[in-house]
Design a protein around this ligand. Sequence first.
Ligand code: ADP
Ligand code: MG
Length: 347
Amino acid sequence: MNISVLGIVGGGQLASLLTEAAKKLKIKTIILSDDIDAPAKNFAEKFIYGKYDDESIVNEFINSVDLVTYEFENIPNSILNKIEYEKVILPKPKINKLVRNRLTEKDFLNKNNIRTTNYASVNNFEDVKLNQKLLPGLLKTCTLGYDGKGQFIINKLEDLNDDFDFTKKYILEKKINLKQEISVVITRYGHQKYEIYEPIENVHEDQILKYSKIPANISDKIMNKSKEWAMIIAEELDYIGTLCVEYFIDKNENIYANEIAPRVHNSGHLTINTHNISQFENHIRAICGLKQINIKKIYNAKMINLLGDEILPYREKYLKENEFFFDYLKKDIKPKRKMGHLTIIEK
Ligand code: ADP
Ligand code: MG
């Protein structure tokens, strides 16, 4: 099928950067977002604003596009299913459903012999007490968390107040003695057909990604394992498009898969400047059935997320030849909000 109009559900920075990549491929994008100020409206050809459960809005969106993708996990599955009923939507909603829940995601990884941190499903104080061997640990909501939101560090049972809100479902994860964090971005085009980027090293501050760089300072063993697992994950999910696997490396050089992002990923932003084909272009090529082009690294680089008012000086700043600044054009600056990023390539 010849795709000339791509629909993207969600209007954040990932949608904006996908839109930029689509332009290069002469594909128009239409954004559907429930945020009237969604930054992607500054980039896409068309912007449809409406609540995701507004049937007439969703129908208008479905009728104006050839194919649909989405930029974040937390879209109600009923909407994705509705879209799938009428148009091709990639990645498939059932994949999103599996990985957007931290419990089913970790069960899937372990079923495929991919190591994760130890974990348990907990729904009340008693459950945590029964799983004390997981402390110190992190209590995370099973769904809807991002950038460390919905996460609580529990060093000992007493850290858990009586009034802790257990109306949501939680996972308790053993805290890993972190040495490093890496991610692997992979685009799957079909059975055993991949483009896989080298592991990216990530530094988080307050559970939010702050820096990413290539090459990652890791052993060959860790590099190979992280790529091998990413390929198994993409193949087992029968995934089409770009996905990212986040990994932890502990002080004993053990590697653990942390999460699967069924989408392009913040750590992969540097691929815009380091590779012939970015993670965004690869995603669009794969979902639209365009030609697979072997990726080639041109530069090493470091990417810095600009959070909150860190963006301000860059809006005025004279950039060096090896610096690439991206402003997501978000309407309001909020503390710790990802406002833009800077990629510095090594020449
Ligand atoms: P999010 O969806 O917010 O990205 P993550 O599970 O990736 O959630 O957690 C965010 C960050 O918090 C991780 O990148 C890591 O730095 C830290 N973290 C999360 N879980 C653990 C853990 N089990 N052990 C140690 N650090 C963790
Ligand atoms: Mg994460």
